[in-house]
Write a protein that binds this ligand. Sequence first.
Ligand code: VG1
Ligand code: CO
Length: 543
Amino acid sequence: MSTTRTISTKAYDDQKPGTSGLRKRVSVFQQAQYLENFIQSTFNALPQLVGGKIILGGDGRYFNNEAVQIILRMAAANGIAEVILGKNSILSTPAASHLIRKYCLSGGFILSASHNPAGPSGDFGIKFNLENGGPAPTSITDKIFEISQTLLEYKIVEGAIDTSRIGQQSLGDMKVTIIDPVTDFANYMENLFDFNAIKALIESDFSFVFDAMSAVSGPYAEEIFGARLGVSANNLFNTRPLPDFGGGHPDPNPVHAKALFDLMYGSDAPNFGTASDGDGDRYIALGSKFYVSPSDCLAIIAANAHLSPGYKDGIQGIARSMPTSRAADKVAERLDIVCHETPTGWKYFGNLMEAGHITICGEESASTSSNHIREKDGLWGVLMWLNIIAVRGQSAEDIVRAHWLKFGRHYYTRHDYEEVEIDRAETVMQTLRGKLFSLAGKKLHGETIEAADSFTYTDPVDGTVTENQGLRVFFESGSRFVMRLSGTGTKGATLRLYLEKYTEPKGDHSLDLADATVNLAKIANTLTDLKTTLNRDAPSVIS
Ligand code: VG1
Ligand code: CO
């Protein structure tokens, strides 16, 4: 039996989790006792974990394995009874959420910086999910941060676990159960979707491709799409998770998933192309020469979910993050259900699901999911699309165009100004914030401003109020733009500008996206002088 050692430490002052956990450069996590401090702060913040079972795993990025060994040793020292670990320390974010729920665990650590690049000079991240399988809410992450600022010591045992061996081992008094990370999740998906119908689609002349971007989804895709649905291995790209994601940036957007976009817009494009991100919770969908906006994905999935067996009785409600386009609201209106508007980040959906208010939720940043787990779920999104395509017998493009004809089209685009100086980004936000209340009635570039505000969310379940979640400017035409600062970056600041223009069902749905939203971008620039202030001619990424 190993003895628990209590080690003195010096508090760090920068361990405040952002939109989705603590994300920092690997070099920051490699500082002496940095990871240990955060883990101990988490255990101190959650005394209810003593004697409980937790999940552990990550997206396989650089530093994943070292972090897993440290967390295991600290879990044993902090009185955790059992850790369930994915083989080779691998677990996608959605699979981790599912396992917490399936095995009624007390929560768990998910190691990932999601779409951020990896490797020795890349990023690492860690977040704690609770017993419902969802990310800890701000009340808990604030508590972890508070504790971390005055932490004096942490507890650890000696020892190591062979993470490649499925089965049981022990560390001190703690059991470590290593499981196959894929099987439970794949079985669950098979319950939610009509695999026979999808298989028949795949066996027809329909061509489907998936790019795992050398990140965590690869093994899941091989099992689900390859082994169970018959997709040829040639159509599953980059399925081996690599510690540096092959030098890539596993964010499935037009810039970083360029290879997939090139294929889908090339001659002989497949019928349907998809990709997911570092930790497998995001996805994008493209038809042949046709990109489906993630906000439209949410709306279309909400409108068609009943076509999949897991949702055959319909959906109870929808939620979307505030910057996500209001396409989902139109579906909710039609279905006579509620569409909740939450701040950015998945942690705000949990309460709504626990209370039974919503079935489907999503964000503009390439994610949709449902109450089957408490995280976003990339492969779930892809399977949902395949199920819809199989049942409707239409191409992705035809499904989207039919949706616009029924609900109208929300032209939508996001401009990211990445790694800008923090002060400059703050100045842009301050400039707009300072004007908010004098904007109504102003006419600019052919639009009249109707209202403007700073988004505050009041959780309808527990009444928690969350302020300053982005600045919104609404136009009489029904258009809108939103500006906020990212909470996931690790260098400088990232300013996000979200542009949305609505066109009625009978309106013109054939405009070029950039043309449709150019005036909104001009207005945002006129109001804030953002390009000069940020010293940028153009956004770093347009998605
Ligand atoms: C971004 C996205 C947000 C998403 C978050 C985590 O946050 O905009 O929609 O929930 O990343 O996604 P921000 O604060 O940078 O805008 V991921 O795939 O990390 O888990
Ligand atoms: Co992610």
